[in-house]
Design a protein. Sequence first.
Length: 294
Amino acid sequence: MERIPFILFPLPLARRIAQPFFGLGDRIAKFFPDFAIRLNQAEIDIRPREYMAIAIFSSWVWTSMIFFILTVISFFITLPGDFIFITSSVSLAIGFLSFLYILLYPRLIIARKVTDLDKNLLFALRHLLIQVKSGVPLYDGLVSVSSGNYGLVSEEIGECTKKISTGTEQTTALEELALKNPSLYFRRIVWQLTNAIRCGADLGDTLEHLVESLANEQKVAIRRYGSQLNPMAMMYMMLGVILPSLGITFLVVISSFSGIVVTEYMFVGLLAALIIFQFSFVGIVKSRRPAIEL
């Protein structure tokens, strides 16, 4: 497991240091009943109350550290009289943001995994279909997929084949794979494959149906994404081009009649707002793009 941002210590050490916060972490964890599933899917080997305690401890460390740094700076430069209030507010805000980021970090890991899995799933499924249609046993087909270049799909299938090779029953290993996987498409395919094995159905026909169904769903996702681009482009033209241009013109005209002083800071602020909007808009467009490798 990679180091979690905003946690200043390795996870085992942070767990030991944060033990005094376990009680509070347990109470907070009760508000998130599915948090244990998220940690498992994100491959963070820790209990929810311990993770919450680490988040609380880390936010306290960040709050104290920022407050100390700002207090030291106050001895070298002249600051306004309400500096204590500003320092406390900034420290608490950074501490709360660090707690929120650590709390949401498993969701970020899961989202990255889902994107990687969904992007390569159709190609891996076609690979498995060709193997099974050629008369290769399902286990050998899974081994072939695990050795292919399909990102996390190959890694997940590889873990499943290792369990099977060590004596775990094939259907049991596939069910465990589905339970720990965050991708809805991946879980559904594995469950349908498991049901086909138990029912004695033809795996080639089952895989062919799954490939066709997944391909159709990806086409629908692409069409849906394309239909969303037109209103998003209209919104971009209104908020990013037309409104700033007309707003500056209107502000200059109004200032000439009402005596409102238009300063350079207004234009700098408008430029900063436009830059933030540009980056935010690009992020929104990327987040809505379906995880499909074209």
